[in-house]
Design a protein around this ligand. Sequence first.
Ligand SMILES: C[S@@+](CC[C@H](N)C(=O)[O-])C[C@H]1O[C@@H](n2cnc3c(N)ncnc32)[C@H](O)[C@@H]1O
Length: 185
Amino acid sequence: MFFRSWLANPLRMGSVVPSSAALCSRIVRHTARADDEIVLELGAGTGPISRALLAAGIPADRLFVVEIEPTMAAHLRRTLPGTHVIEGDARELDRLVPECWHGRIGTVICGIPLVLLPRAEQRRFIDAIERVAPGRGFPHFFYCATSPLPLRTHRLAGRREAWTPLNFPPASVWRYTSVQALPAR
Ligand SMILES: C[S@@+](CC[C@H](N)C(=O)[O-])C[C@H]1O[C@@H](n2cnc3c(N)ncnc32)[C@H](O)[C@@H]1O
């Protein structure tokens, strides 16, 4: 299913295979949530990270996943019982995530291949995340050695928190937070 989706839309998928167990465990390590908060995963694909989060103890009803590809969203609904699977475009998060959870999101995990998008489009994702999880920042994984997002352009602070060669392709986990004081360039 993953490979078929990649053939149909390589830029939107960004990878030919799902994330490995090694990458998922690194992402889980960088996910935090208070008791009254949820975890929000963007671009869940076939759900390897979602399953790792559940295995690590995130209660199913506190996990929200957003996926734009209808076949994958249907697969997630079948295979992740009890979680909130939202089929839709993560650029519209404030409409997709019920308002009662806005500001009560411990971590937003971004698995969407932002590096492949024009900067204006990247900005739409960053703003969408900021609207539902203000000031939280977000972990984002991708396969390049340098930051997938241009920091100054988007007024972000970014730090590489993890790297694993045990993924195809080898992947890094970055954490981004907004730095409103930085002048844009
Ligand atoms: C690199 S794959 C990651 C899949 C999965 N999280 C994993 O680690 O294997 C990127 C996923 O983001 C989804 N995606 C791309 N653009 C999206 C958007 N605007 N809104 C929601 N999901 C999107 C794709 O359909 C794909 O499933």
